[in-house]
Design a protein around this ligand. Structure first.
Ligand code: FES
Length: 167
């Protein structure tokens, strides 16, 4: 089995692990679809490599274009290895009203980003989220899937700093 945290996995490793994942997926969910296969890959590898697109096409009997069409339709799929840390900022209606934009701008400025994406060294990435499910605690951010609510610019930057440089 490959180390999914190793960004240097070879193409044949990625193909092999994808085939194993799809086989495992079929054992628990016999009615597989292109979407369910892609979700299985993303859940395990945390992204969908090009090799997985090819393997899902072979496995489901669809063309690579068909699989790519499904994968690219959904914005939650990512096609490059994920960064070490992921910060999500909720900009849903409630968080927006409670000051999410100031938090978002502060985090973007701190990371040197102008929108969603990963910093060049791959240490951290930023995603927007339309609701992190804790509206009563807005504004809300999530760092590595750990939610922090009622954030201010200062507390959000402090959470970020602690993530990047743990004490
Ligand atoms: S709108 Fe932000 S958590 Fe729901």
């Amino acid at each position: 089995m490959i180390d999914i945290n190793n960004k240097g996995n070879s193409s044949s490793d990625l193909r092999e692990v994808t085939r194993a994942l799809l086989q495992e997926h079929e054992n628990v969910a016999p009615r597989t679809t292109v979407l369910s296969c892609l979700l299985e890959v993303q859940e395990n590898l945390h992204y969908v490599p090009e090799e997985a697109i090819v393997e899902v096409a072979k496995y489901t009997g669809h063309s690579i274009n068909d699989v790519w069409g499904v994968a690219s339709f959904y914005t939650n799929f990512r096609f490059t290895p994920p960064p070490q840390h992921m910060v999500e900022v909720c900009w849903g209606p409630t968080c927006h009203l409670l000051g999410a934009m100031d938090v978002l701008v502060a985090i973007q400025t701190k990371l040197g980003l102008e929108g969603e994406g990963d910093v060049p060294d791959g240490v951290i990435g930023l995603k927007y989220n339309t609701c992190l499910g804790a509206c009563s605690q807005g504004p809300v951010i999530s760092v590595d899937e750990k939610i922090t609510g009622v954030v201010t610019v200062e507390t959000a930057l402090s959470v970020l700093e602690e993530t990047l440089n743990p004490s």
